[in-house]
Design a protein around this ligand. Structure first.
Ligand code: ADP
Ligand code: GLC
Length: 519
C-alpha cells in the first residue's frame, strides 16, 4: 500500500523523498549480516522480473525471484524491479515514491515506488495503474486468457529498467548491471542497447517456449527501431520476439539447468531458436546455472504442514497423507498416494498422466491434483476426477499451503514434463520425502537420481511412463527400500549456495569487461 502522505501529496514527495532520506534497511533484518558488505567487488544489480513469490507468483519464476536476490545479497546489492499489480500495491509493505519516468511512444509515463521488505530486500515497483491495476494473474484475467496489451505492459517494464540504468527519473540508484528474466523483461537489454548504454546485461531464460511474440506492426508503439528487425536482432519469423530481444541484446545468457542449456541448442527443444542459441553457446555466451530451493522447505519446521515431520518419522508423514486424502475426498487407503502440483499447461504433460490414471488406480494408487492454467487442461483434470471418484481428487486453483501439504503427504510426485528448464516441484517433493516420477529431461534429469531419489523415464509416452510407475509401485511394496529412498531424497543438497558463486562470478566478469571496453 502507498502511504497516505504519498498518495495525497505525491508530486511534492516525488521531489522530497529520495533514497538517501530513507532508513538504511540494508543494515537491518535477517539475511543481511554486516560482514556481507565485505566483497570489494560488490555490484549494484537490478533484477527485472514479472513475479516474486513474496507478493505474486504463478510458477517457479516467482520462487527464483524471491530467493536468488536474497542469496546474492552477501556478495552483491541486488534489488528487484516488478510491476505494480494489485497484489503488489495492496500488500502490507509501504511504498515510497522515489522516481518518475516519462512516457515514450505508446508506453505511458509511470512512477517508481520503493518497497522495503522486512528482511531488507529492496523492491522497486513500476507504478502505472492503467497497465497493471487489474484483477488476475500478472499475465491475464482469472479466466486464463492473456491481457491483449501485454506487449505494452511488459515493454513498459523493460523501458523502466533501461531508464533506471540510465540514471533517469530521480531514482538515485544506478545499477552496475541489469539482470532480466524471461520474455516479460526481454526488452530491458534491448532498450539499453538501442540507447547506447554501456551497463552490462544478463538475461536468464526460465522457459524458452514463452516468447512474447507480436506483430512487427507494433514497432512504432513500442519505439522499436527498424534495424532491430533483423536476424541478429529481435526478428523471429517475420515477427517481433521479446524473448529473442532479451537474448540478442544482452551481454550473456543463462538458463536454469545444465541439461536445458544443451537441449535448447537442438531442434527438439530450441523452439525455432536453436541455431541462434548454438551460435551463442559456441561464443561462450550461453551457460546453465541450476536453481536451488530456499530454507523454508524444511519438513520439520514448515508451519504450513498439519504435522511437521523429520527424517524417519514416517508416522508423521502419514498424518499429512490422511489430511490430503480428506482434502481431496479420497477414500482411506494403504496404497500409494501420487501428487500433481502444477501449472496446467501442455509443457507439463498432463495428458500423459490422464493416460496412466487407470494403471495407477488399478494398482491400488490414488492421485491428488492441484493446479491452475489453461481452461481446457483444467476441464480435462475435472473430468479425470469424475471418472475415478474417491481415487482421484482435483482442486483447480493456486494455494501455497495446500501445495506444501501435498508434497508432505504424498508418496510420489508425478512430473511427466515434455520439457523442464529446471523444475522446482521435484526438489520440493524430494525434500518432503515424496519421490518424483518424472521425464528424463532438463532440470529433472539433473536433480533426480533414477532409482535412488526418484524414477525417470525417457519417452513422452504412456508406455514409458508406466514402466517408471511399475518401479515406483515395486518400491512402495518394500517399505525398507521406500524409506531408504525417502531418506536419500530428503537429504539432497538442494540450496542456493551452488548458484550464488557462478552468478556472482558472472556479475563481476560482465561489469569488469564492460568497464574495460568503456575506458
Ligand atoms: P513452473 O515454473 O514451470 O511452473 P516449477 O516446478 O519450477 O515449474 O515451479 C512451480 C512452482 O509453482 C512451485 O513452487 C510449485 O509448488 C508451485 N505451484 C504450481 N502449481 C501450484 C498450485 N496450483 N498451487 C500452489 N503452488 C503451485
Ligand atoms: C520456468 C520453468 C521451470 C523453472 C522455473 C524457474 O517456469 O518452466 O522449469 O524451474 O521457470 O526457473
Amino acid at each position: 500500500m502507498i502511504s497516505a502522505a504519498v498518495e495525497t501529496h505525491g508530486e511534492r514527495l516525488n521531489q522530497q523523498v529520495t533514497e538517501s532520506a530513507l532508513p538504511d534497511v540494508t543494515k537491518a533484518g535477517r539475511g543481511t549480516p554486516p560482514e556481507s558488505h565485505a566483497n570489494p567487488k560488490r555490484k549494484k544489480v537490478l533484477f527485472v522480473t514479472s513475479e516474486i513469490s513474496d507478493l505474486v507468483k504463478t510458477g517457479g519464476l516467482g520462487d527464483v525471484s524471491a530467493a536468488l536476490p536474497r542469496a546474492m545479497h552477501p556478495l552483491h546489492d541486488v534489488r528487484v524491479l516488478i510491476p505494480g499489480y494489485p497484489q503488489v500495491m495492496n500488500s502490507d509493505n509501504p511504498i515510497h515514491i522515489v522516481g518518475e519516468l516519462g512516457g515514450h511512444a505508446a508506453l505511458p509515463a509511470c512512477k517508481i515506488g520503493r518497497m522495503d521488505l522486512k528482511d531488507g530486500l529492496v523492491i522497486y515497483v513500476l507504478i502505472c495503474p492503467e497497465l497493471f491495476q487489474r484483477e488476475g494473474t500478472p499475465y491475464g484475467a482469472n479466466n486464463g486468457r492473456d491481457w491483449p496489451d501485454n506487449h505494452i505492459r511488459f515493454a513498459r517494464l523493460g523501458l523502466a529498467a533501461a531508464d533506471i540504468a540510465a540514471g533517469e527519473g530521480m531514482v538515485h540508484w544506478k545499477p552496475d548491471l541489469v539482470h532480466a528474466h524471461d520474455w516479460p523483461a526481454g526488452l530491458a537489454p534491448a532498450y539499453m542497447h538501442w540507447r547506447g548504454l554501456k551497463t552490462p546485461t544478463l538475461f536468464t531464460v526460465h522457459n524458452l517456449a514463452y516468447q512474447g511474440v507480436v506483430s512487427r506492426a507494433c514497432c512504432p508503439e513500442l519505439a522499436i527501431p527498424p534495424h532491430a528487425l533483423q536476424q541478429e536482432g529481435m526478428e523471429f519469423y517475420g515477427k517481433l520476439s521479446f524473448l529473442k530481444a532479451g537474448m540478442a541484446y544482452s551481454s550473456h545468457i543463462t538458463t536454469v539447468s545444465a541439461t536445458y542449456a544443451k537441449e535448447i541448442t537442438t531442434a527438439e527443444f530450441g523452439c525455432g531458436l536453436q541455431g541462434f542459441l548454438s551460435s551463442k553457446a559456441q561464443q561462450g555466451l550461453l551457460s546453465g546455472i541450476p536453481n536451488g530451493i530456499d530454507e523454508s522447505w524444511d519438513s520439520a519446521t514448515d508451519p504450513h504442514l498439519i504435522c511437521p515431520f523429520s527424517l524417519n518419522d514416517w508416522d508423521g508423514k502419514a498424518v499429512n497423507a490422511s489430511h490430503v486424502r480428506q482434502l481431496f475426498k479420497l477414500q482411506p487407503s494403504t496404497g500409494p498416494l501420487f501428487a500433481v502440483v502444477s501449472r496446467l499447461v501442455y509443457q507439463k504433460g498432463l495428458d500423459l498422466t490422464q493416460g496412466v490414471a487407470e494403471f495407477i488406480v488399478a494398482n491400488g494408487g490414488q492421485i491428488a491434483i492441484i493446479g491452475r492454467g489453461e481452461p481446457e487442461e483444467e476441464q480435462a483434470m475435472r473430468e479425470l476426477a469424475l471418472r475415478f471418484p474417491g481415487q482421484i481428487g482435483v482442486r483447480i486453483g493456486f494455494n501455497e499451503t495446500d501445495a506444501r501439504r501435498i508434497f508432505a503427504g504424498s508418496d510420489f510426485l508425478l512430473m511427466p514434463s515434455r520439457y523442464e528448464p529446471c523444475g522446482l516441484s521435484q526438489m520440493y517433493a524430494q525434500r518432503f520425502g515424496s519421490l518424483p516420477v518424472a521425464r528424463n529431461t532438463g532440470g529433472l534429469a539433473d536433480t533426480i537420481e533414477d532409482g535412488v531419489t526418484g524414477f525417470l523415464f525417457n519417452e513422452s509416452t504412456v508406455a514409458s511412463y508406466e514402466q517408471a510407475l511399475s518401479r515406483a509401485f515395486y518400491v512402495y511394496s518394500k517399505p525398507n527400500l521406500l524409506n531408504a529412498m525417502r531418506c536419500l531424497s530428503m537429504t539432497q543438497p538442494f540450496n542456493w549456495c551452488q548458484a550464488v558463486e557462478p552468478y556472482a562470478r558472472l556479475y563481476e566478469e560482465l561489469v569488469e569487461r564492460a568497464t574495460a571496453t568503456t575506458y
